[in-house]
Each structure stands twice: as structure tokens, then as C-alpha cells.
Design a protein around this ligand. Sequence first.
Ligand SMILES: Nc1ncnc2c1ncn2[C@@H]1O[C@H](COP(=O)(O)OP(=O)(O)OP(=O)(O)O)[C@@H](O)[C@H]1O
Length: 803
Amino acid sequence: MSVRVVARVRPLLKQEVEKDMIVEAARAPTEKTENKSIVRIPNPKNEAEAFSFQFNSVYDQQATQAHIFENEVSPTVKHLFKGYDVTLFAYGVTGTGKTHTMRGGKSLAERGVIPRLLSSIYRRARKVEKDSDGASQVQVSMSYYEIYNDRVFDLFEPPEKRTPAGLPIRDVGGGKTQVVGLTERPCSNLKEFEQLYDQANVNRSTSATKLNAHSSRSHAILCVKVTQSMEDGSTQVSTASAIDLAGSEDNRRTDNNKDRMVESASINKSLFVLAQCVEAISKKQHRVPYRESKMTRILALGQNNGLTVMILNLAPVRSYHLDTLSSLNFANRTKKIEVNEVENQPFFRELQPGKGKLDGDGKANGPGVTNMHRQPLRPKLLSQKSGLQEASGVPKPTKQFAVYSDKVKPATSKPTNVANTSQARASAAQTHARSPKRTSSEANPSLGRPSKVSRPNPPRPTASAQPGLSKDAIEALIEQKVTEALAGRVDSTNVSTADPISDEVQKRLDALEKRVEGQETERAEGLQYLLMAKQHQVRGEEVSALKMYQLALPHFPGNEKLVRKMSALQDRIAMKKVEKRNSPAAKRAAIAPPLAEHPAPEPVPAPPKPAARRRLKVDEDDESFHEDPAEQHDDDEEEEDSFVYRPRTKIRQRPVTSKLVRSATASTAPALPPKPSSLPTATPETEDQHPEEQDEPARPLSAGTDTSTEDLTPDFLSGETPRTKHILRVINTKDVSKIKLLRGVGPKKAEAIVNAICDFEEEEGNGGRECRRVESLGQLGKLRGVGVKTVEGMRAGLGGLAL
Ligand SMILES: Nc1ncnc2c1ncn2[C@@H]1O[C@H](COP(=O)(O)OP(=O)(O)OP(=O)(O)O)[C@@H](O)[C@H]1O
């Protein structure tokens, strides 16, 4: 992929005056055309000197919206139709014109990059259809979302309908991410698009700040999917993403209130992480901290295939001086990544134009596309003028990718007060807040600063270079590195630039880190689902809540508490449905549906086998499953209820007034042999061994009784279901080693159960330790230290036994 970096200096605003202008767009001395490619800005420490930054193009205050679009974006459209993804993003300090550039005004002349892009896409789509006499068809659809306070919200949803936790994102491979649950709207012409776009923009988080009356408080990401159904029957999908990043801010200048400060902190953090990513990529570090923020995960700079154009927005005036320098340094680093890749082949030189296809997921496939996968930044295909000409026609642009700099003596030109801005403060952490020349040498002073072309990659000693490293030493080194990586995740410099390590260690370190990152991400996603589930539940949307729990379950394999929760929820849903059907109104309104048509609760994924547990070790008390206080409250309430077990598909007709009875009175109950120690995992073998425990045959319906309820009377109340029998049999062994094998029990609880039975015996006043039996789950649930949840867990753990 390629990143083309262009800068745009906005005009003076009403309150700004010409004498404060300090940013200048200029031509490079080697440039033969009128094109400007240099941004010049004074050294804040010594105004007699100037820093110069060279980019692919620089647009001054006079540049029109049309000009920017025609030069920078329009050429990408044909590549979009060839199957490449296109990413455009605007970067800059608050109030520098990002939204103006991307969205623009309402008049034709003021329309920004996005509406112009869409207009161009529709034009091209019509052409494709016309040229093929209608054999090829093009469909355009859009999704639009924002990342606000590091949470993703669908902009087609009004704020009041949003789930506060936002939408989860997940990796779909090839450096791509997907926002789960995002709305995708078809839009077949510009009018439709504009309606949807304007409507969605109303939902975007904007506020007035001191620096911008309509400041965007979120990163807005518009994804336009172009699906081409080709003559030969194939389908090609490509996506154009246009991203209006929120601007970094210095909160001392914004006078932000508390809310704005929170937003601002989140904006600054994500931009800081973006800078860290660029830094890491440019230094070829193994670990790029994409996962530190949602924005960097989604933007995936340097990971995604296709074409990327970054528009660096700049304010021309002095009040932005330090922030502007910071932005220029950021953009300059992005450009330096390209320098490092200068010897590589441009990826679409190898691609047969028009032959590359993208599959439904937008992944490249087909001949010639294989090495598009995770291409690092490739600048050379971008000529200065069009930015997207075929690489074969591009003269070797050596100068284009070198950092152009006036001869400023670093010793006298350190803009040390750069650190006075918010962005610079962030950058200061990585010692990049000053001139581009200082940047990398400061980060690693021992390396000095070789020329860009000849700068070698840091030497990587091979395993043979460290022959003395024992296996233990390698393990210790890995452990140390992982600890460092986790402790200072944002600052990855230590990990990769400290003492050199062997390839073997590096490989293992990478694998470990990947695992840790993957686990964290998955867990975070799982927690998001859980939060959403909880929110649905609070709102009484139980079916949606159940769905969310179901989505969460794979992230917490083997979590019994979650399984129980789902099971209980499922039961409640089923009960409600049955109750609804049985309500007098429903009976009047409809003929009672046959039993077979009773609404079944949605399936709950079977709890994974213990062997499948990967990350989340469920301890004996189930506390590893994240819970919020509300959830805890619910559970407490549940515990306080007298035990009423709700079966999954059956309803209860009479309350349980169970009591523990002496074994003497229970002697009529079938005495089942104790289960083998492999319990409690139910297996088909269990059923084979105890055919008498199979599901009861359906009971005949009582005449005159509502069939929908009578037949569904929970048979466990009579202690007859295989699961109930099995649990009671195990409990009644009073054998801790057997009881602890029941799901969710464990040694401590097993001991408590046995003690509880003993306590109970004493309370009953019968003295001694005569054999008593627990005759029902109701009784079991009432035992001290057991409770309904534990019993439910035991039952859930025997999911394989017939109900
Ligand atoms: N090229 C331009 N021509 C005319 N006006 C401009 C231009 N660029 C920006 N402006 C004006 O500058 C002001 C700030 O611009 P804008 O809201 O686009 O900034 P921003 O970078 O998106 O800020 P934030 O990050 O706070 O959202 C607006 O009033 C906008 O109309």
C-alpha cells in the first residue's frame, strides 16, 4: 500500500490577521513545474531560521476544493474500480480545516472531497454499466460511523438509540477490521447518498470549543462499498474509506470544560497512538501498537491494502505554531516510512490491471494480487502530480521522498518550547517534538543519523551470534521482554531497540506477544458484548440480551456463570412467551397453537468442554467472569428468592414447598448407583449406562387442561429428570471428591455442601450423623452456601443428559 502525504494550508479566518501568518507553501528548488511541495515554517526558537518539510504536494490558501479533489482524490477512483481499497484521511490540529476538506460546504464550489468522490464513483459506475451494455452492474452502499471516546457508534443511529458501550470491532484478517452490527445502506445515486450522509452527520458528535465553533469531537469514518457484478459472473468488491479525524488540541488553549476535556483526552490519546504507530512502522519495529486505540485499529495504517492519501491540514497563523510543527513532524515521519521502502516494487506494477479481484470480504485474491497482502507503505507509485499513475511511467523520484530541509544548524535551532503544546507534549515522550532532523537521532542517539538512502536496518544478530544462550536464558529473556511490552505498551521503543536479541528469541517473543494481544482483544470484545447484553437486559430487551450473551460466550469459553445466565434468560424468555400465549387475551384471540409450535427459546451454545478452555480460567466461585455491580445485584436478588428452577422449555405450574426429608421416608426413591468419577461431564455413555434415566415419554394430557402448560410441567419437581437424579445421587453420596466434580462446585463448595447437609441434620434436631438425603433440587438450592445459581450450574454442566 502507499501513503501519499499532501499538506493543505487553510486561508485566514475572520479573526486572524495577515501579519500572524507564518506558514508558507513553496516550490522545491528542484521542482520544474509550478507545483508546490514544501511547507516552510519558522523555528520557534529562532525566527531567523526556517524549517522546511517536503510532501508529495502542498496546497496553499488559494487552493480550491475542486483543485484538491481533482489532483489528489479523483485519480484514485479508477483504482477503486479495479478492486483496490482507497483510504483518504484528514489529519491536523483542531480548527485547521479537516472537516472543511472532507465534507466541505453546501454550495457546489465548496463541496468537499467526500461528496465529490461519490459523484465521481456514480459517474464511473454509469460508464462501466454503459460500456458493457448493462452486462456489468455496479452497486454502491455506505456505512458511516464515528469513534467517540474510543467507542464506535453507528452514525445512522440517533444518539438516544445508541448502546453506550458502542459497537465492537473485530479483526477479519489481512490487517482489516470490521465493526460488528454496523448498518449498511444502499445508495444508488448522489441524491440518495447526500440524504443519508447529511442525516447521519446530524448524529455526529460536534461541539463548540474556543478554537472551533463546530469542532468534531470524534473521528468519523465513511465507508463506501463498490460492488461490481461483472460480465463473467464474478463479483468485485472494493471500499473507499474517507476519514475525518478529530483534531488534536491543547486544552490550555481550548478552555474546555470537563466533558470536552474527556473527549479531548480521548482524541489526543488516539492521535498519540497513531503517531506511535507511524513511528514504529518507520523504524521497522516488530510491534506496532495498533491495538492501543480503536482508531488505529480501524485505520490500520501500513497494514491495509490499496491506496492511502493523507491530507495534512494546517493553519497558517502563529497561534498554531507549535501544534503545526508537531503535525508536520508527524506527517514527516509518515513520509519517512516511505523512504525506507523505496527499493521495493510498487505493488500494482505486478498486478495485471483489471485482473485483481477482491472477494466478498474485500480481501485481495486472484492472479497478481498475492503480494498485496499487508504491503508496507509504498510511495513510489505516486507521482508528484497525479499521485496514482502506473509505476512504470514514473521517473525515479528520489528527491520526492527525501526530507527536504533548509540548512538549519540543529545546535542553534532546537525549538525546545515545542513541548508546550498538547501534541508536542505527547510527542515529547518519544522525543520527536522538534525538527525532523532531530527526531530519529534523538530517539536513538547512539545510532547517529545516517543518510536515508543508505541507512541500514538495525543489525539483527542471528541465533548463532549468541551461541551461549541456553533454553532457560531464552525463556527468561522472553519473559522479561513480554513484561516490558505489557508494562509499557505505548512505548514500544524499549522492546525493539534495546539490546539486540536473536532471531529465535524474537520469533518466540512475537508469537507470545501476538497471543497476549489476541487474548486481550478477544476478552475486550467479549466484555463489550457482555456490557451490551446487560444494557439490553436492563431495558427489558431480553432476546437481544440473550443474543449478546451468545456473542460473548466464545470469548469466555467454559464460563459457567455466563452459561447459567444465558440459560436463566432463555428460560425467562420461554416462560414469558408461554405466559403470553396463555393470557386470557391471547386465548380469546387465537386458537391455541399446537404444542409443537410453541416458541422455542433461541439455542444457547453448548458450554465448551474443559479442554477447550483457552484463556479464562474459571475458578471455583465463577468470579473470573466480569460482572458489573448491577449484575451482582441481580444475582443477589436471585439468591434471595426461594428456589424456583425454571426449566428451559417448560413452565412451572405449582410452587415448590420442598423440605428435606429423612432418608427413611425417601427410601422409596430409586437408589441409583453413584456416578463414576468422570462426572459431572455428561456423555452419551451416561445415557447408555442408565437407560432408565432417559427422557420421560410425553405424559398424556389431562382432559380439560390447557395443553400448552400441562404437558410442560417440569418433571424435575418430582425429582425424576435424569439430570436431577444424577445431581441428587452425587450429592447424597456426601463424598466431597465426587461432589466437587459437579460443574461450578469445586472442593470448597463440595465441602460446604456436605457440611450444610450435616448442619441441617443437626438443625432438624435428630442428632448424630444419620444418613439424610436431599430429595429435590429445591432442597439442594436452599442449603447454606449452595443457592440457585450453583444448582443451575450443576444442571448446565450436565447439558448432555436428556432433560
Ligand atoms: N480551505 C478553507 N477555506 C475556507 N474556510 C476554511 C478552510 N478550511 C477551514 N476553513 C474554516 O475553518 C474553520 C475550521 O474548519 P474545520 O471545522 O473544518 O476544522 P477541523 O480541522 O475539522 O476542526 P475540528 O478538528 O475541531 O473538527 C471552519 O469555519 C471552516 O469553514
